[in-house]
Every structure is written in C-alpha cells, then in structure tokens.
Ligand binder design. Structure first.
Ligand code: PRP
Length: 256
C-alpha cells in the first residue's frame, strides 16, 4: 500500500480500474470506521505531541520559527488539549507521556527530554537535539551519605533508569519511586541518595546535598514514530529539515 506504483513498468490489466476502485472503497471504509479511530490511520493530518510544562513555550517557539502555525497563548488558555492548524494536529501531553504517544504511533512526532526517552525505553527515531532545557541527571547524596553501596536507598522519579544504573555497577540498592521534589527524601533521611535532574544546581546547593556522579546528559529532542518514519519519507524529511533549520537559527542567535 505504501509503495508508489511503478508507472510504465507493469502492464495495465483491463480490470485495473475496478481493482483500484475496490481498494479505494476499502480504504475509505477503513478511514471512517472504528479501526481508524483505534489505529490512527493517517488521512493527511500530521499529529505532533507537545510537552506541557517547562519546555512548552520553547518548543512552540521552535515550531513557529520553523514556519508552523502553532496554537496561540489564547488558544492554550481554553484548556483544550487538541488543536488543528494547517494540516497539523497539535496535542498537548505531560512531558513524561510524549515518548509513550510517539512509541505507540498515537502521535507521529513530538518533543521529549532524553530523560523521558530513556525512562520509557522509547525506540522512536531521535531526529534533532534542541538547544534549550539542557541539564544533567545526577546521583546526589545526602550531606553525610557514603558512596553508593548495596545498603543505599535511592529516591527518584526515574526507577527504570536507576535500576539500569545500579545493574551496570552490580549494586542491589533499594529504589524509592517518588513523584517530585525528590531531593527532599535525602534532606529528611528517607533515602541516602537521589537520582534527579540538576539544571542550575540551586536545589542541590540550598539543601546542602552533594553531587556524586553523572548519570546522563539530558537534552530535549524531536522524536519521530518509527512507522511514520518508514512510511512518510517526504513529510518526515520536511519536518526534520524545518526543525533543524529553526534550531540552527536559534543556536546562532544565542551565540550572537
Ligand atoms: C526539577 C528537578 C530538580 C530541580 C533542579 O524539578 O527534578 O528538583 O528541577 O533544578 P535546579 O538544579 O535548577 O535547582 P522540578 O522543578 O521540575 O519539579 P519536581 O521536582 O516536582 O519534578
């Protein structure tokens, strides 16, 4: 279905029109039916997942700089989560959910932090690294915490990454999953360590915590669903080229 016809190579059968019509009718029925709603069959719209929260305004500014018609501030104040603009369906999801939507093909593309990509083992194509929201994922110790050992307890929003980090070092420390303000666990003695993001370092500093090890360098990335990448070559290339160009402009204006 996705291969272009080899025009002029195959001899046309006298039933070709009828066969084509049958196929077209079947596709129309499929596009209108419940299967389309389940499987997100493309009818021309490109669905892009935007992370709500810290990255949202930079990400929208990037798409706007790339020439896309993005929802305005006023649009976003309506609390709607889906907007259609010039052939694009913009969906607004929690930052940790962007890799999930793109991995499952419920969105064609999106912007996700490398932390969330790693945490979800997201296999989507990481097409463009963006020049803002850079930070580091660090192992952080309570003020008196020893180096990491089997006896350590680690609070984190990233249990999967933390498990891999421990496995790579042959450690069996306990992981305490938390939803946020993770540093507090080490401050109150709930855990000896924390694995969390450090951006300015201010949270660590004011709580007198200690940076012990770098887990990963984190940047936001444009990610593209594998299926979309395979089947919509032209549109994927255009999306990537436009975002790369906008990224380069943002890069050079931040240097100037
Ligand atoms: C993030 C991160 C750290 C803090 C680091 O938390 O989890 O707690 O920012 O930033 P800093 O190095 O500039 O101080 P966020 O504000 O997103 O809230 P959360 O902890 O509730 O997730």
């Amino acid at each position: 279905l996705h291969r272009p016809a080899l025009l002029g190579v195959r001899r046309r059968s006298p039933h070709a029109d009828r066969a084509g019509r049958t196929l077209r009718l079947a596709l129309c029925a499929l596009r209108r039916g419940p299967a389309a709603r389940r499987l997100h069959i493309h009818v021309g719209l490109l669905r892009i997942a935007i992370p709500k929260g810290r990255l949202q305004s930079d990400v929208l500014a990037t798409f706007a700089a790339a020439g896309y018609d993005v929802p305005s501030e006023t649009d976003l104040r309506t609390r709607k989560l889906v907007f259609h603009r010039a052939g694009i369906e913009w969906i607004f999801v929690k930052d940790c959910d962007v890799p999930v939507y793109v991995e499952h093909g419920a969105a064609d593309a999106g912007v996700a932090g490398f932390d969330q990509i790693l945490e979800h083992d997201c296999g989507a194509y990481q097409a463009v690294e963006l020049p803002y929201g850079r930070c580091r994922m660090m192992l952080i110790g309570a003020p008196t915490a020893p180096r990491l050992s089997d006896r350590a307890r680690i609070a984190t929003k990233y249990p999967h990454i933390t498990r891999n980090y421990l496995d790579e070092r042959g450690l069996r420390a306990e992981i305490v999953p938390l939803g946020g303000s993770v540093e507090l666990a080490a401050v109150l003695g709930l855990t000896s360590h924390v694995i969390d993001l450090v951006e300015t370092g201010e949270t660590v500093r004011v709580h007198r915590l200690v940076l012990q090890d770098l887990v990963a360098e984190i940047t936001p990335r444009l990610i593209v669903a594998k299926n979309f990448y395979r089947t919509s070559n032209q549109r994927v290339r255009e999306l990537i080229a436009r975002i790369e160009e906008a990224r380069n402009v943002m890069d050079s204006s931040s240097i100037a």
